[in-house]
Design a protein. Structure first.
Length: 268
């Protein structure tokens, strides 16, 4: 399977332009799984709930999903991308998977970062792996990387590639994702955005360096900090089914869940 990322520079609030830019960069690509950034269609720095309400959309029938579904089916792509989701008058920072067959799945970000807590509800659905042609895909969003339980659960659910739409502003994630890949023996694709976003007196610079990592923790491809780019590589997803570490160690069989009780203790 070909897996990869589309690193973009979204413009705040310009959903149609952002979707059009993504579609134009995907022209000619077929038979691949491609990850786009978190909130790629809206931009990141919301200033108030009114903006969230204006820009959020349904994760099944909204403009962005409808447009990208046409691309996924026509070009035989599995597309994973971040949107602001509106559902039952609640708002989520969500990731959508549209398979090459047009099936839609979504994940609502569980671990909200900083000011995201002002605007979005944390997701409460557990982490799942979804079948696509040739393997199983899991989704997590940006700051979820700080919680290693997320990628571990996705791997235990059978994800062979973890798709990771991101809007990274801290410097550690790209290195940490090599460990997330290695400790779970899965592929990871982190799709970050680039550019400076300035809204009122708040501004953020996003760090780019989107990357594809193997189950051995090797970086197969990495984008620059400053350019939009599409990068896709051919991988054998079956590599992620092999959890052996040495002839005497299997990553999953050697786990000792009975010793991990404090993980399930209520947080806070
Ligand atoms: C982040 O979760 N967008 C840093």
């Amino acid at each position: 399977m070909k897996i990869g990322f589309l690193q973009l520079r979204p413009q705040f609030g310009r959903v149609k332009e952002n979707v059009r830019a993504a579609k134009s960069m995907l022209v000619g690509l077929t038979d691949a799984t491609v990850v786009l950034p978190e909130l790629f269609n809206t931009g990141y720095l919301f200033r108030n709930m009114e903006e969230v309400r204006d820009l959020a959309e349904s994760a099944t029938t909204g403009y962005t999903v409808t447009e990208l579904k046409k691309v996924a089916v026509a070009q035989q792509l599995n597309l994973v991308f971040g949107i602001a989701e509106a559902k039952n008058k609640k708002y989520f920072n969500s990731s959508v998977l549209i398979t090459s067959k047009g099936k839609i799945e979504s994940y609502q970000k569980a671990h909200l970062f900083d000011r995201e807590k002002l605007f979005f509800q944390p997701g409460t659905r557990s982490f799942n792996a979804y079948p696509v042609e040739g393997g199983k895909i899991g989704m997590m969003i940006c700051f979820d990387w700080f919680f290693p339980e997320v990628s571990r659960v996705l791997a235990l659910e059978g994800a062979q590639v973890i798709c990771h739409p991101s809007n990274l502003v801290l410097p550690w994630c790209q290195d940490a994702m090599r460990t997330r890949s290695l400790e779970n023996k899965v592929f990871t694709v982190t799709a970050n955005r680039i550019g400076l976003e300035k809204r009122g007196n708040i501004s953020l610079t996003f760090t780019g360096k989107s990357q594809i990592v193997t189950p051995k923790g090797e970086v197969l491809a990495q984008a620059s900090e400053r350019s939009e780019s599409l990068k896709v590589v051919e991988v054998d997803l079956n590599e992620a089914l092999d959890k052996t570490v040495t002839p005497n160690n299997d990553l999953f069989k050697d786990r000792k869940p009975a010793l991990y009780k404090s993980i399930l203790r209520k947080a806070g």
